[in-house]
Design a binder for this molecule. Sequence first.
Ligand SMILES: Cc1cc2nc3c(=O)[nH]c(=O)nc-3n(C[C@H](O)[C@H](O)[C@H](O)COP(=O)(O)OP(=O)(O)OC[C@H]3O[C@@H](n4cnc5c(N)ncnc54)[C@H](O)[C@@H]3O)c2cc1C
Length: 466
Amino acid sequence: MGSNLGGGFEALISKLVTLKGLIHGELILPGEAGYDEGRWVWNGMIDRHPAAILYCVDEHDVVAAVRFARENGLTIAIRGGGHNVAGFGTCDGGLVVDLSRMKKIEVDPEAMVARVQPGLTWAEFDKATQKHGLATTGGLVSTTGISGLTLGGGVGWLVRKYGMTIDNLIGAEVVTASGEKIRASETENQDLFWALRGGGGNFGVVTLFEFRLHRVGPQVFGGPLFYPIGRASEVLRTYIRWASSLPDELTSLVVFLTAPPAPFIPAELQGTKMIAIATCYTGSLRDGENLIEPLRGLKPAVDLAGPTPYVGLQSMFDATAPRGINAYWRSLYLKQLDEPAVARLVDCASNFKSPFSQIHIHQLGGAVSRVSSKDTAFPHRESQYLMNIVGLWMEPSQAEGVIQWVKTTWTSLAPHSTGGEYANFMGEPIERVKAIYGDNYQRLVEIKRKYDPHNLFHINQNIKPV
Ligand SMILES: Cc1cc2nc3c(=O)[nH]c(=O)nc-3n(C[C@H](O)[C@H](O)[C@H](O)COP(=O)(O)OP(=O)(O)OC[C@H]3O[C@@H](n4cnc5c(N)ncnc54)[C@H](O)[C@@H]3O)c2cc1C
């Protein structure tokens, strides 16, 4: 299945015009108003030209899109929040199935369950669930879509207490490659339900997610503490000891960054390289304060930790990742954060090629490790740290330098990694998808063969049905 911009393009357009009359949403063709806006995704580096963009408003539209693509041999790109860094939410010459107008959410506060359409962002999800004092594990930037993040795994501030986002998925409705709508849960199509939890968009279009919710907030204790990068080794030595004995209620994140020109950073530190340790504690505010005492004992240059609304913490990093910024990311799971790994990290972070680039180290463990690597399609359950090498830049001329820096950093840290990679933090499709799916790969191939034997859904970290 490939680009359809060849000789049959006019015939295809005339069929797409017919499709317009069959749907409830909006279908936009090249040259029409909204086409240029609709072909872009969050990552400004992704510049693709689909044959059409279909803004679905209901399942009927999703079924129509899938059937149309299958019958016409058309590439299909599924788009939830459009944040996939590799640009899987758009394509050249195919049909973009945009779900961003499917935004219904029903929260059942008694059952502590949310039934959610795929077009929601985490900001919208958190707003609706926090009205009831509830939440589930979501991403760290609130503009990210719930869909792609969930299907790839999902790590965020609640990950050590409540597990990954997939660990809170209790059911889904899916339009498969045959255009049929089916349910997946622990009791219905269990194989598909297993595959959806980490297997990405390989198996169909999810039109409804059902999540388990937990009591969170509205206030939590959290926020970042910043130290000059020259103190990184000393800070990380304390951090490693501290992090190894934390309760699950506390999740931490290490960030190497260039201090922004923000009012909360003293003028003399703006533009300098720093290391920050950010936390989220969901227990009592007083315990949260006590728990971060060892980090405060290191005398941070900037201390922004304190009681904060959970939704505030969820959007704290939004300004660092505006739509349209250029991005290239790569990830690895660290075996351990020991002295040699720290030395390499500090070296790589000292060589950022743009002021927006960062290195993140997400602390895992806790509830993540209590699920077996065979229980869901996501296999990396034993790793304590997930590293994301976040290449971000504004100036097109910086692209080559930043991408090379991401690759060099990845190679430098690879000897300290398990060999695995996180699907959600990949800047491009990779050939070696076994790094993502691990020992679950073969079972995923079998499930792919059952639900998508002709690989209709291949704009993703692709599991080939052969
Ligand atoms: C600024 C930023 C911050 C991030 N922070 C985090 C974080 O804290 N934690 C984390 O785990 N990840 C994080 N991510 C990574 C994020 O999880 C992935 O980029 C994810 O793909 C985004 O989902 P989306 O719906 O916005 O993306 P999209 O680009 O819309 O979708 C990505 C892919 O997911 C699949 N997909 C999407 N919706 C559906 C659906 N309904 N049915 C079937 N397949 C579908 C498709 O293959 C699609 O191409 C972040 C990304 C960005 C850009």
